[in-house]
Design a protein around this ligand. Structure first.
Ligand SMILES: [Zn+2]
Length: 299
């Protein structure tokens, strides 16, 4: 009897621990424990990558909508196109993504099953206008997004998941610091503006910024030879020009590799931190949240 009991416990306990581990992992992914510094990202995105990039490139000057928000609607009704969903989710005067319940109060979305109150509550969708803390790293009227955060892609015949953003632009387009910070690293070993399939970020600059009690480490890669405007230890301010676009390092054309990490080196969606509004003030509350409209903030 005792033996059977030990056997049962020794079998069940590891399975139980394993299930708990999975549950914790899922909760972490769903950001159950809070302190979200970025928007969501979609892990398996290869099927959506090109449609999403087209939508980004048509709308990016008016603000950023993460793929996860697009898919929230698209997976409910796949006859909608990405670009339409993207623009429907943007407040073009504030240049910010709309709160989910506001989108759901508009037009055809009202009738979507995913727009009923219960679905929204469990959706993990952002239901507020978010305050953004970064400047633009580059003039978005001069770029094309060629790779988004966590995009699955093939480069030089190899599969990778890209933990940054790539903005294609003409060589020597100005690159700006996204925040007030200190220059941590400046590496300009490439003298010619040509790719290097051996790998690497080419000429690059790393700047550390301390904002909202979070330390961000921002890497600007593939910069043009001799374009550096800063040195290690320099104090820079957001919007300050630090270098220019090139195609040095592991690159297939002139572009800025814009990568954001936290202090523990984990990667975050650098686009979700950028303020596209050019100073437009956020409203203290949205008129649709007034009592009696049936639209209350969800959290
Ligand atoms: Zn890149």
């Amino acid at each position: 009897m005792k033996k059977i009991l030990i056997l049962v416990i020794s079998t069940i306990l590891p399975i139980f621990a394993f299930l708990i581990a999975i549950l914790v992992a899922v909760m972490l992914v769903l950001d159950f424990f809070g302190s979200s510094t970025t928007d969501w990202y979609v892990k398996d995105n290869i099927a959506y990558a090109s449609d999403y990039k087209n939508a980004l490139n048509e709308n990016i000057q008016n603000g950023y909508v993460p793929l996860e928000r697009i898919l929230y609607f698209y997976l409910s009704r796949d006859d909608l196109n990405f670009s339409k969903i993207y623009s429907d989710n943007l407040d073009t005067s504030l240049k910010r993504m709309k709160p989910i319940s506001l989108v759901c109060s508009q037009g055809e979305y009202k009738n979507f099953a995913i727009c009923n109150e219960l679905e929204l509550k469990h959706s993990n969708q952002i239901d507020e206008y978010q305050q953004k803390i970064f400047n633009k790293p580059i003039d978005f009227s001069k770029i094309a997004v060629t790779s988004f955060f966590m995009e699955q892609r093939y480069v030089f015949g190899e599969f990778d998941v890209h933990q940054a953003w790539d903005f294609a632009a003409e060589a020597q387009t100005e690159v700006m610091s996204v925040c007030d910070g200190v220059v941590e690293k400046v590496s300009f070993t490439y003298q010619e503006n040509v790719p290097d399939t051996a790998g690497g970020l080419g000429n690059y600059i790393v700047i550390k910024c301390n904002m909202n009690e979070e330390i961000y480490k921002i890497t600007y890669g593939h910069l043009y030879p001799n374009s550096k405007k800063v040195n290690v230890g320099d104090i820079v301010s957001g919007g300050q020009v630090i270098g220019s676009v090139g195609t040095t390092g592991y690159s297939t054309g002139n572009h800025l590799h814009y990568q954001v990490q936290l202090e523990d080196n984990s990667y975050v969606d650098g686009m979700s931190l950028i303020d596209f509004s050019d100073g437009a003030e956020l409203p203290p509350y949205h008129e649709d949240y007034l009592p009696g409209t049936g639209l209350d903030p969800l959290f």
